[in-house]
Write a protein that binds this ligand. Structure first.
Ligand SMILES: Nc1ncnc2c1ncn2[C@@H]1O[C@H](COP(=O)(O)OP(=O)(O)OP(=O)(O)O)[C@@H](O)[C@H]1O
Ligand SMILES: [Mg+2]
Length: 259
């Protein structure tokens, strides 16, 4: 795992989210994420469900990509597999060249804690803990000292505009605020890759835009790559790349068409 350096990029950054531009991806470095021939089948009620039928994808550092497709096509399944949370039936997932499914579960957990952040449609915050405690958790799991974790989590919550909501529990926050806490928790440890499964799916249009702007800001300031499942074509069109999952295969939608 020596080729996967620990990222310690969790410092406070300017809080403005206006006038954003995407970080320019570079092409002269190895892919951040590479999926090779991913196949996923489920056994259900005596028959085989074939969901992924040979998915290939490459994402470079700092790229923002949308993942689209009809309900039930396998977007969440793919996100889980790319994040080393669900084993493919066959195929490989490489993060910075490291084959995630060649690792033991505890090694995968270390990689996730250092390099990958997850955001879901529902915030999945721990209800008994404050916003600050929720955001501190990944750092404490990563064995950061408590005071450093508190300071980094405070800075991260301030960056997403919640510096005055640190002590609020999830039930005392609005839906958009809860999702911003979830994003802060997903990126506080300085990951390289954010996997987001319909992160704006539960939000009204204005709040969804606020949350989307936070993703753009994180990309620009931290060169964070992101694969974002969305049913919103307008949001998808604003990202660097657009993928569609169709009948088990991933296609890329470009200005010239589909490839
Ligand atoms: N553990 C499982 N066992 C059996 N079938 C499963 C399992 N997990 C997912 N599936 C099936 O795989 C298919 C893909 O599910 P998935 O959740 O990935 O779809 P999705 O594209 O994310 O859909 P949505 O847009 O509704 O979230 C679905 O038909 C689902 O029922
Ligand atoms: Mg889904």
């Amino acid at each position: 795992m020596s080729d996967l350096p620990v990222t310690a990029d969790a410092v406070a950054l300017p809080s403005s989210t206006s006038g954003l531009e995407l970080a320019t991806p570079t092409t002269d470095e190895p892919p951040l994420l590479e999926a090779r021939d991913l196949v996923k089948t489920f056994q259900s009620a005596g028959h085989t469900l074939s969901i992924l039928k040979g998915v290939q994808v490459t994402l470079r550092a700092g790229e923002m990509a949308a993942l689209q497709g009809v309900s039930g096509v396998g977007k969440s399944t793919l996100i889980q597999i790319l994040g080393s949370l669900d084993r493919p039936t066959s195929g490989q997932v490489l993060l910075k060249g490291q084959d995630l499914y060649a690792l033991k579960p505890e090694q995968q957990a270390v990689i996730r804690n250092r390099h990958i952040g997850f955001v879901y449609q529902s915030h999945r915050l721990l209800p008994e803990f404050s916003a600050l405690e929720n955001v501190m958790l990944p750092l404490l799991i990563g064995r950061h000292p408590w005071s450093a974790a508190r300071d980094q989590a405070t800075a991260m919550l301030t960056e997403v505009g919640l510096g005055d909501r640190l002590a609020h529990k999830p039930g005392q926050l609005s839906g958009g605020e809860q999702q911003r806490v979830a994003i802060a928790r997903a990126v506080v440890h300085g990951p390289d890759l954010l996997l987001a499964d319909e992160p704006t799916g539960n939000l009204d249009l204005v709040t969804a835009e606020t949350v989307f702007q936070i993703f753009l800001a994180l990309n620009r300031r931290r060169r964070l790559a992101c694969l974002m499942v969305t049913h919103n074509p307008e949001l998808a069109a604003r990202l660097d790349r657009r993928f569609q999952l169709r009948d088990g295969h991933l296609v890329e939608v470009t200005a010239e068409g589909v490839r």
